[in-house]
Ligand binder design. Structure first.
Ligand code: HEC
Length: 205
């Protein structure tokens, strides 16, 4: 009997203790059950606890550096088109062929990318009369309709857009190779043999 009383007193006591921990005010988070579920003892690859430097990897980092020459998914083309920036590379790029098959859709995409990134200097139609130039803020770029650009091979245009040329900035981090080739298809509709082909369905290169 006495044992029973002690036992029920213990039960009531613990219930009160539990409830009071629930109603704890302020910032008291109460009890944390099974903390191991929340605080892993293993090193988490995508987190870094400042007070728990990784004793195995370099620089105390949980994340490891990618293996040398690793190429990010979908970026294979960047390795394929990696030139050192030089006049010799510009000349060597002449042999590159546009791998994107031209179509009205491709040209329209190139046109959109061109309007966003290039038209402020090159002008809507690539004639070198963009708003920045008209405002006198920038020297005029060559017109795509000029003999010089008409006779410059696609590969050289690709190099200039990707790595820049003189005052023309590099777009290799803004546009991926496929986008650059699409812009070149568009450029070829304002100059050269496919001029005016922006709406054609089979303006092949
Ligand atoms: C801030 C102004 C500016 C912007 C923006 C700009 N360009 Fe240019 N671009 C120039 C200038 C200036 C030149 C002339 C460079 C030279 O030969 O000295 C040039 C030259 C070029 C050439 C000729 C390169 C060659 O090989 O002779 C191409 C092609 C070209 N730009 C394409 C583009 C494309 C495509 C974009 C957008 C992705 C773009 N440019 C954005 C200013 C600009």
């Amino acid at each position: 009997m006495r044992l029973k009383f002690i036992f029920s007193a213990f039960l009531i006591g613990s219930a009160v203790a539990l409830l009071s921990s629930c109603s704890a005010g302020g910032d008291n988070p109460g009890y944390e059950y099974a903390p191991n579920m929340y605080h892993s003892f293993a090193y988490e690859p995508l987190t870094q606890e400042e007070d728990k430097p990784n004793t195995i990897n370099a620089n105390g980092m949980n994340m490891r550096e990618p293996v040398a020459h690793t190429i990010a998914r979908g970026q294979l083309d960047f390795a394929k088109y990696s030139f050192t920036v030089s006049n010799a590379s510009y000349e060597a790029a002449a042999s590159l062929k546009n791998p994107v098959v031209s179509s009205a859709t491709v040209i329209a995409e190139g046109n959109t990318l061109f309007n966003i990134n290039c038209s402020p200097c090159h002008g809507d139609k690539g004639l070198g009369d963009g708003t920045l130039v008209a405002d006198g803020k920038f020297p005029p770029p060559p017109s795509y309709d000029s003999d010089r650009i008409k006779t410059t091979p696609d590969g050289k245009l690709f190099y200039s857009i990707r790595y820049g040329k003189n005052l023309m900035g590099a777009y290799g981090t803004t546009l991926n190779p496929e986008q650059i080739w699409k812009v070149i298809h568009y450029i070829r509709t304002v100059s050269g043999p496919y001029k005016g082909a922006a709406t054609a369905s089979n303006a092949s290169n």
